[in-house]
Each structure stands twice: as structure tokens, then as C-alpha cells.
Ligand binder design. Structure first.
Ligand code: NAI
Length: 329
């Protein structure tokens, strides 16, 4: 199939072209994000391949349909950026990569916890400046602390297993509790109870209308004073304005985020020569107890290989007219 690959970075090109030797699709790479304005780049193609910050809304889908596109192949697990109803009405199939490496994301969440707790981000800069003082670098033992996991699917379960290794008590909240997690010793509780009892809260549920701003001014009141919040899931789970207030009042003691509500305007690009216009983001960056990574939790060799394999296999299944288990609409 002839496929226009949007938001493609050099590492996408490398992994997709390497795996495509087995599949033989015709891949055309564009650095541009997919939107209604850029959809015409896909002229002559039958499919587009999109990533998390591509805007696959009604206007984009209509523009794609006008170009004869019948398939949107997402290189991501999440599909909150796609209007599935409009895609269905236009006869455009949407496929995704439901799992590529839950370990990658869970391990990154743990990396954020260790960085914030032991202040590795500050220690790194300090020792490079020959400042070997330990003042301000005091951490705490993770052993014996309570970790609350919101969403115990594939990533949340990996995360639970790692944190069990640290000797933490594990609480979880999920609409569908998992026996695998229960077997790991996870105790399921309501969200307010989880927030109230946890020293560290890590978000691993998808962004849906129900989970939009799950962490807001009201739910923040349930947190233990000085707790740590980690979000490697989707930016929209946290109300940015509310979390800034909570950090300023010390209600939240540490924030580690790999995702940000307005990340589509920022992430996956080098903006080091520009003045960032997002004041809330810049304020977060200025706090010593906030660590931000730019949606890199998925970014391991293994994950890139699995993303490429599942994406190209999904395209082959749809092209052959077979039922694709990864179709979401
Ligand atoms: P999954 O589908 O295996 O698990 C999601 C879990 O959340 C399920 O157990 C589900 O029951 C639960 N859930 C759904 N709605 C809920 C609600 N309202 N309240 C509580 N729990 C709820 O998904 P997986 O693979 O574990 O991924 C989780 C999220 O991680 C994805 O939705 C995606 O947003 C994010 N992600 C982030 C990446 C990154 O690079 N930062 C990479 C991959 C995924």
C-alpha cells in the first residue's frame, strides 16, 4: 500500500524502512504533523500513518477522504487524537499499536520517581560545576512507601511489578481490577482513598472524556501533603493550572511528567532557539521539584521495532481485506 507517514523523525524512518523490507509497502515520509492543512501531502496514497500529536479531527479526516485515503494507521497505543465516529462515517479504518513495550513506559515512570526523589537532575548539574555539597539533595527510601497506581493495564501492571521489587505497598484504582495485579499484592481501592494514602501516585489510564482532568483542584485535595505525582500517560489527565497551584502551596511535593496538556505545540521539536509562549509550561520548568521529559517514555529500541512491525502488519491486514484485531473503529 502507498502510505504517507506523518510526523516522521529520522528514527521512525530508520525503523519503518528496516522492517518494511519484509512487508514491501511504499512509504513516503513527511516531517510535518498531520492536520487539515497538511492532509493534501497524502495525495496519491491510500493510507496515512500518524503519531500521537497529529490532529486527526473531523476537518483532517474529511480532507483525507477527499484525497482517497481509506486507512489511518496509528503508530501509537492511544487514539484520543482521532475522531473515530467521523472516520467510521467516512469509511476510513483506524488501526493502532495496542502494545509495543509496556516495560519502556513503566521503566521511564520509575526513572522519573528516582530522579525526583534523589534529585538526580540537580545533582548532575551540581557536580559538573564542582559543587559537591549535599544540601538540598535529601531523598527518602522507597522501601516501605505506598505507591498508588491509576490504571492497571499493561503498563500499570509492569510498573506494579517493578515497584514491588522496591518493597513498596501497592494500591490501585481501575474500573476493571486485574487478577495479575492482585497476585502481585496490589490492593484495589477507590480513587480518593488511593490519593489519600499514597506517597507516590502514578497515572497509567488512557485519556477519555471520563479521565480528562482526573487530577484537578478537587481531587488534589485528597492527596497526602507533599506527595509525588507521575504522569507518563496523557497530558490531559492533569489540569495544569490546578497542579501549578498545588506545587506552589506544597500540597504536591514532586511532579514528574512525560506528557503535557499542550504538548502538541512543543514536543518532538528543537525549540531551543525560540521563546516558548506557553507560560504555564515555563512556570513548571522553573520549579526545582518538577521534572519534564518530552514524551520519550516509549522511546526504546525494542519499542520502535515493535511499533514498526505492528504498524506495517496492520496495513497489510487491511489491504488484504482481513479482519485486523488492532482496528479501533
Ligand atoms: P491498557 O489499555 O493496557 O490499560 C489501561 C488501563 O486503564 C485499563 O486497565 C483500563 O481498565 C484502565 N482505565 C480505563 N479507564 C479508566 C478510568 N476511567 N479510571 C481508571 N482506570 C481506567 O493501556 P496501557 O498499554 O497500559 O497504556 C496506558 C496509557 O499509557 C495509554 O492509554 C497511553 O495514554 C499511555 N502511553 C504513554 C506512552 C508514552 O510514551 N508516554 C506510550 C504508550 C502509552
Amino acid at each position: 500500500m502507498k502510505v504517507a507517514v506523518f510526523s516522521s523523525q529520522p528514527y521512525d524512518l530508520k525503523s519503518l524502512e528496516s522492517v518494511n523490507q519484509t512487508y514491501g509497502h511504499e512509504l513516503i515520509f513527511f516531517e510535518s504533523k498531520l492536520s487539515a492543512k497538511t492532509a493534501s501531502l497524502a495525495a496519491g496514497c491510500s493510507a496515512v500513518c500518524a503519531f500521537i500529536n497529529d490532529l486527526v479531527n473531523e476537518a483532517t479526516l474529511r480532507a483525507l477522504a477527499a484525497e482517497g485515503i481509506s486507512l489511518v494507521a496509528l503508530r501509537s497505543a492511544g487514539f484520543n487524537n482521532v475522531n473515530l465516529d467521523v472516520a467510521r462515517d467516512l469509511g476510513i479504518a483506524v488501526v493502532r499499536v495496542p502494545a509495543y513495550s509496556p516495560y519502556a513506559v513503566a521503566e521511564h515512570a520509575v526513572g522519573l520517581i528516582l530522579t525526583l526523589n534523589r534529585k538526580l537532575h540537580r545533582a548532575y548539574n551540581r557536580t559538573r560545576d564542582d559543587n559537591f555539597s549535599l544540601q538540598g539533595l535529601l531523598g527518602f527510601d522507597l522501601h516501605g512507601k505506598t505507591v498508588g497506581i491509576v490504571g492497571t493495564g499493561k503498563i500499570g501492571t509492569c510498573f506494579a511489578s517493578i515497584m514491588k521489587g522496591f518493597g513498596c505497598r501497592l494500591l490501585a484504582y481501575d474500573l476493571y481490577p486485574s487478577q495479575e495485579c492482585r497476585d502481585l499484592g496490589v490492593e484495589y481501592v477507590d480513587l480518593p482513598d488511593l490519593l489519600g494514602a499514597s506517597d507516590v501516585v502514578s497515572l497509567h489510564c488512557p485519556q477519555t472524556p471520563e479521565t480528562h482532568h482526573l487530577i484537578n483542584a478537587e481531587t488534589i485535595q485528597h492527596f497526602k501533603a507533599g506527595a509525588m505525582l507521575i504522569n507518563t500517560s496523557r497530558g490531559g489527565l492533569i489540569d495544569t493550572v490546578a497542579i501549578i497551584q498545588a506545587i506552589k502551596s506544597s500540597k504536591i511535593g514532586y511532579l514528574g511528567i512525560d506528557v503535557y496538556e499542550q504538548e502538541a505545540d512543543l514536543f518532538f521539536r528543537d525549540l531551543s532557539d525560540t521563546v516558548i509562549q506557553d507560560d504555564a509550561f515555563q512556570l513548571l520548568q522553573s520549579f526545582p521539584n518538577v521534572v519534564i521529559t518530552a514524551h520519550q517514555a516509549f522511546f526504546t529500541r525494542e519499542a520502535l521495532h515493535n511499533i514498526a512491525t505492528t504498524t506495517l502488519s496492520n496495513i497489510s491486514e487491511i489491504e488484504a481485506g482481513r479482519d485486523c484485531p488492532n482496528q479501533v473503529n
